[in-house]
Design a protein around this ligand. Structure first.
Ligand SMILES: Cc1ncc(COP(=O)(O)O)c(C=O)c1O
Length: 350
């Protein structure tokens, strides 16, 4: 028998499966929490950055973009790192902070990329179940004593935010790193930024994929103590963010107020859709502080509704995962996306 070319961890890995990205147009795409709008000025900024300079490597530390982030969020540039999406920063955190075999902890259910990254890294993963209302099991998370503990705030796919007190208790109770993944914070939840100066073990990751509509350009950033951010710089690839993305990130921050106004409109559409799903279709809809809804299409099986919508070119997310079998996750789209969704549901729902 020939030996595997792969590490045992990788050979055994069940990889993360991203939501479908159909190649052809014509789908109503409510499956990967992308924003329905593009901010004005973004495509112009990218075009302006597209010149002969493309033969040169980009700024390895995104210094101009970090200056803008520093000004916007009141965090010194040395305490900020930019990544190729926030997923890269999550991986870098394990690379910098966890030895293979050491413990990585998450609540369950949550963003399943944490599990995949821990498995790739050869860490010992401990998932701690939240209760039936998806409340964060704070005491158990503290007792688990992870080298890294990943907390999505608000959580995905439940949409539930973490409270300031819960996060402070985690940071104070744990010696390891607490990653607060604020991918969805731009839709109205309160950031944990105010805890940063009190807790050197807190790392806050953010993304421009969701609240700034830039998923295709892969821009994530993290705030943390000098020690943590310094560690992430040591282990990152030299040129991890390309020059077009750096330009787009700066242009997006210049439109911050506009982006947040669009997100407030999106949140109103989310609440309207939630109401329709509850009252017209009798579904259970979980409260959400994000750009998606977790719904329980009772009494029809979620998998059946997912497939019937898909047959009508409406994509939502179904998770083949423990405790999530009864649910669908629906991203908040444009008004016309919602009209198409509700129209398809009238055909699909008995
Ligand atoms: C909770 C959470 N964190 C991080 C990400 C990744 O974001 P990015 O596009 O910045 O890699 C996602 C994307 O769906 C997410 O749901």
């Amino acid at each position: 028998m020939t030996a595997s070319l792969l590490r045992a961890d990788v050979a055994a890995l069940a990889p993360y499966v991203p939501g479908d990205q159909p190649r052809e147009a014509g789908w109503v795409k409510l499956n990967t929490n992308e924003h329905p709008d593009v901010l004005p000025g973004i495509t112009d900024a990218v075009r302006a950055a597209l010149d002969e300079q493309v033969r040169l490597y980009p700024d390895p530390t995104c210094s101009a973009l970090r200056d803008h982030l520093a000004e916007r969020y009141g965090v010194p540039p040395e305490q900020i790192i930019v990544g190729n999406g926030s997923d890269e920063l999550l991986a870098l955190t394990l690379r910098a902070c966890v030895d293979p075999g050491e413990r990585v902890v998450t609540p369950y259910p949550t963003y399943s990329v944490y599990r995949t990254l821990a498995e790739i890294h050869g860490a010992q993963l401990l998932e701690i179940d939240s209760d039936d209302r998806f409340a964060l099991p704070v005491d158990e998370l503290v007792r688990a004593g992870g080298r890294v503990t990943f907390i999505a705030h608000p959580n995905a796919p439940t949409g539930k935010p973490v409270t300031h007190d819960e996060m402070a208790a985690l940071c104070a109770g744990l010696n390891g790193v607490v990653v607060t993944d604020e991918a969805y914070v731009d839709f109205g939840a309160t950031s944990m930024l105010s805890l940063l100066s009190h807790h050197p073990n807190l790392l806050i990751t953010r993304t421009m994929s969701k609240g700034f509509g830039l998923a295709g350009l892969r821009i994530g950033y993290a705030f943390g103590s000098d020690e943590l951010i310094g560690g992430l710089y040591k282990v990152k690839d030299s040129y991890n963010v390309n020059r077009l993305s750096q330009a787009a990130g700066i242009a997006a921050l210049a439109q911050y107020e506009l982006a947040m106004a669009a997100n407030r409109r999106l949140a109103r559409r989310r609440d309207e859709l939630a109401e329709i799903l509850r009252t017209t279709f009798g579904w259970r809809v979980w409260p959400s502080a994000t750009n998606f809804l977790l719904v329980e299409p009772q009494p029809q099986p979620a998998a059946e509704v997912y497939a019937a919508l898909r047959a009508r070119r409406v994509l939502v997310r179904y998770f083949h995962q423990r405790r999530l079998e009864r649910y669908l996750r629906i991203s908040i789209g444009s008004e016309s996306d919602h009209v198409a969704l509700v129209g398809a549901l009238r055909e699909v729902v008995a």
